[in-house]
Design a protein around this ligand. Structure first.
Ligand code: MN
Ligand code: MN
Length: 296
């Protein structure tokens, strides 16, 4: 169960993550390096008193998720790129996970972006204890399809717990028939992905994100810095004096997960919006949206 103090930490992380999205979004422009946006946004989160729950993800066009720039990454934003800007902040292990999609150089949002954003907003409006997980998926799928797009069937939202980004429940972007219900005390992220492609992602090449998945004592210094949360190769250069050796060891270990970039199977363009929810007896908090509601 969540204490009042836990909820406060979730809310603080949510505020910082939300401000970081606003801050970083304005940096994303034609010709700007991905690395610059990732570094500056991560610095902003730290400066504001939170820790990074995972590296800033900047996944472009048919990349749905899990790309973070490497150190000295050459990639720059191009006009019309569809950029999924996804970040995570935590206070004492209480995580806020949030994302927006930006179309570089375009003031008006295209219907692909709106379909994902509206799906998320419809879930915000309908959220309550007792809502079925399958029903959440149904709201997402129906909204996205009403715009003529497909949800991504093999990507999901997820429950959050202290120091764990993907804990327990997965929350699908379609009705998978799940009768599990939203309960008081739960925290989770909802992230509708929409696409003009097949509706499925496949694994691509390494996206510079790593995570210790077992026997953390083998990587003591890494574990002390990042726990068992995802981190990036860039951070190793920032935080350690012998980065090449450490990265080499991490890449060769079977106790470390090397996140592949998730790419749309038919090279469709992908949009994603995401917010973090915390459900208490008194309130439904959307921590990364700076709003809360009374349960209906
Ligand atoms: Mn996210
Ligand atoms: Mn997430």
């Amino acid at each position: 169960m969540l204490s009042e103090d836990d909820v406060k930490k979730y809310l603080r992380a949510g505020l910082i993550a939300s401000d970081a999205i606003t801050y970083g979004k304005n940096l994303i422009n034609e010709g700007v390096a991905l690395e610059e946006v990732a570094e500056e946004t991560e610095a902003y989160i730290i400066k504001n008193g939170a820790k990074l729950a995972f590296p800033v993800n900047l996944s472009i066009n048919d990349e749905a998720a899990h790309y973070t720039p490497s150190r000295n990454d050459k990639r720059k934003f191009n006009k019309n790129d569809i950029v999924k800007f996804d970040l995570g902040a935590h206070i004492d292990g209480f995580i806020a996970d949030t994302a927006v999609t930006i179309e570089v150089g375009n003031e008006m949002e295209s219907s692909l972006l709106i379909s994902s954003e509206r799906a998320l907003y419809n879930v915000v409006q309908r959220m309550r204890p007792g809502l079925r997980i399958g029903e959440i998926g149904k709201i997402i799928e129906e909204t996205i399809k009403s715009f003529g797009f497909r949800p991504i069937y093999n990507l999901t939202g997820h429950e959050l717990s202290r120091n764990v980004l993907h804990a327990g429940l997965s929350i699908p972007n379609y009705d998978d028939g799940s009768m599990v219900e939203v309960e008081i005390g739960m925290a989770f992220a909802i992230e509708p992905f929409s696409t003009d492609g097949s509706g499925y992602v496949k694994e691509g090449s390494f996206g510079n994100i790593l995570q210790i998945i077992r026997d953390p004592e083998e990587f003591n210094e890494i574990y002390e810095n990042y726990g068992m949360l995802p981190f990036s190769t860039r951070w190793i250069y920032r935080d350690f004096s012998n980065p090449e050796n450490i990265i080499d060891k991490l890449l060769r270990s079977n106790k470390v997960y090397k996140f592949p970039i998730l790419k749309e199977r038919r090279k469709g363009k992908v949009a994603q919006f995401e917010h973090t929810f915390v459900i208490t007896k008194e309130r439904i908090y959307v921590t990364t949206m700076k709003i809360h509601r009374n349960p209906i």
